[in-house]
Design a protein around this ligand. Structure first.
Ligand code: HEC
Length: 216
């Protein structure tokens, strides 16, 4: 073998290795070349796909009616704020929630802390609806985003379950908070809002109606 052929062969080998290595890690529009396909591509349904096997034609199956996940609260009134048969609101914070959270005083304290974190920005610490977000909304001309006072007679006489459901699901312009406030904390907030309403009632009785307008 002459020196020349050795050099040519060496060059060809280098080029071949280079062109193969060049494929790795580079962007390419074509699907990768997989000579032996094995289980590389498998038939499957995508989200929201149709299929004919089930009568309703959906590939995505609904959970069996009434099924709940392991983390979910099995006690319906506790989870939803509605009575067992779903016909009306739970009137008071259910006893088991109070009991498992150390009873009344500890629960109100917890509620106060959570309320000040999650509700005060809009409803204000005093609950009169003049939170920073509300004031800013009004200033910018979005009066509909103004949070109401929690001392309105309508909200004061609202069943505890309805208040809980308002925090859980939100209502009209107010978003729901079930994603960020755990269930028992939502009941704790309800307990605290009741305490807040009582405290403002007695203040109003002392100062005449509207005596707490400037409290924030
Ligand atoms: C981002 C601002 C914002 C936050 C935070 C917020 N709210 Fe509201 N809330 C509103 C607005 C706005 C409304 C009025 C909704 C409407 O009527 O369109 C409202 C309405 C309500 C109502 C009246 C519901 C009804 O039936 O009319 C209650 C009770 C209430 N909020 C409680 C709470 C509690 C408790 C928290 C804390 C967990 C909270 N809100 C957090 C903005 C907020």
């Amino acid at each position: 073998m002459t020196l020349r052929t050795t050099l040519v062969k060496g060059l060809m080998l280098t080029l071949a290795a280079g062109s193969l290595a060049g494929c790795r890690g580079m962007k390419h529009d074509e699907p990768p070349i997989v000579p032996i396909r094995n289980m590389y591509n498998q038939p499957r349904y995508d989200a929201q796909d149709e299929q004919e096997f089930y009568a309703d034609g959906r590939a995505m199956r609904m959970p069996v009616e009434g099924a709940i996940s392991q983390e979910m609260e099995p006690n319906l009134p506790l989870a939803t704020g509605r009575t067992e048969d779903g016909s009306s609101w739970v009137l008071e914070v259910p006893e088991p929630v109070l009991a498992r959270n150390g009873g009344g005083e500890a629960f109100v304290d917890r509620g106060q802390q959570r309320y000040n974190i999650y509700c005060a920005a809009c409803h204000s610490k005093a609950g009169n609806g003049n939170g920073m977000v509300s004031m800013r909304a009004v200033e910018l001309g979005y009066g509909t985003l103004n949070a109401p006072s929690l001392h309105d007679d309508r909200i004061r006489s609202m069943p505890d379950g309805q208040l809980y459901a308002t925090i859980t699901n939100g209502i009209r312009a107010m978003p729901g908070y079930s994603h960020s406030i755990p269930q028992d904390d939502r009941w704790a907030i309800v307990t605290y809002v009741r305490a807040l309403q009582l405290s403002q009632l007695s203040l109003q009785a002392q100062n005449g109606a509207g005596g707490t307008e400037d409290a924030r």
